[in-house]
Design a protein around this ligand. Sequence first.
Ligand code: NA7
Length: 563
Amino acid sequence: MGSTQIEKYDVLIIGAGLSGVCSLYHMRKRFPSWRIRVLEAAESVGGTWNWNRYPGARVDSESLSYAFSFDKDLMNEWHWKESFAPQSEILRYIERIADKHDLNKDIQFKTKIQSARWQDHNRTWLFTDEAGTQYQSTFLVSCMGFLSTPTLPAIPGIDSFKGEAFHTSRWPKNFDLSRDFANKRIGVVGTGATGIQTVTAVSKEPSVKSVTVFQRTPNWSAPLRNEDITLEQMAEHQKNYDDIFQLCHETPGCFMHQADPRKSLEVSEEERLALWEEVYAKPGFAKWLGVFSDTYTNREANKLYSDFMADKIRARINDPEVADSLIPKTHGFGTRRVPLESGYFESYNRPNVHLVDLQKTPVEKITETGITTTNGTHHELDILIYATGFNAITGAFSSIEWHAKDGRPLLGSSDSPQGKQAIWLDHRPETYLGLTVCSMPNMFMVLGPHQPFGNAPRTIEHAVAVVTDLLQYCKDKGYEYVEPTPEAVDKWTEHVVECSKGHLSNEVDSWMTGVNKNIKGKTVRSVARYSGSAVEYRRKCAECKAAGWEGLEFLSSHSGSEE
Ligand code: NA7
């Protein structure tokens, strides 16, 4: 065991990514006399933008919309150099926020929480980290991220590979693409947003010997259209920040793109094509989110748009057989998160880039020297990159052993007797407003399950504001205990499930529907995110607050009675 002295806090925040940094800034400002601490596993701030250092990593939201509104001075001085910033630039921005507001002094790095236990006798959470140090806190704010727990593929022989192998979010330090990949045969497993960015960047490196991409499910992907931003252009953009943020405030995912209110089949073919070509030429998520309003609820509309996108892909690839493999057949365009790319499809026109279509020839095993597919081919590799995604949404919670108010675990599987007691059985979250959980008093989540995911800083700022207001209410009223009622949790969980109905994306396996075939217990779809709009979500939170935080039960200091 480490220290025997238990460190005591009013608020403990887990995670120092965008959510944790934003929470610390606001909570410290609002509650200057409180003891507030952030515990972070990494060596520095940044979360997702700190861990994901693979070549080609960049944001798919417009850089101009990807900042904290609480620091207008920094927004007016920050020069985004590209319309979609690379990982290094976003990380620099987060570091600057942390330095400028002296946040690091309240963040404890290299600290990984192992267990969290609710103590009813003093109404606090007791945490133990990997080194055995204990921390006690009245309130807990989870800022652990919804794509932060990497998963490796469940492929036989994975440990036998003798070359270098790593997950994209655990990229080697001090990496230099032209030096470290020179003359290497690179294998990439996975073709989600990360795999697509990685393959594109690595394929463009002239010193790389070969790139072999192992694709299980092709993903619809479309041009990002990133551009440099000059100082003069930036000065103009800075005048428009209010409009940009207002636009984000009005759109369903807080992005700078709004659907066309018309329905695909109500307009003529010419009008349809005109809009599709228009959005295709635009930067960012326009081609995902700026299309006809029924594109992701009407199968026929989705099929038409998917056919349009398939033609766009075909036109970019020399080999028709490769093109055919790269065009998704099992899900329509936009029903999974659309990866944006900058020359991904053209990668396959290079003689040293090879696509292995695992639907035709599945992987049999990983060997000491590469990957063998079921047709007997052995792909010799020097380096293996796993772009195989994350234990998403509920995943970060599974790395902590939770003991809820009634002793139950938070997560568990229905095929184990202990797991059966879990609050979120088989990774099926039950929450109130995606912010609180029954039997988990005083725990709040930022970007937790059942919240809308979209443009991260925009959705984070809202969630942090709600949690901070709720803490303010507790402070003003002298409450030291808050927990949602079972009725409120049931109602919200039913509402989240109801909202998901009719969206084609909820009929497709992806991290958004809680599926990760590499994880036992995550092979069946669940409704883990709020598919209603961020606008609607904000309205629901505002209604709860206006009704005196309806749906939550409070206990005041020194009283055992419920208020
Ligand atoms: P994703 O989108 O979950 O993609 C993971 C990819 O890895 C996907 O193509 C998977 O294929 C593939 N995968 C996973 N396991 C295997 C095995 N065992 N064999 C072959 N291929 C496998 O993760 P990303 O990191 O790309 O992106 C996550 C989000 O981060 C992204 O949406 C952005 O919001 C940022 P599958 O589709 O499961 O067949």
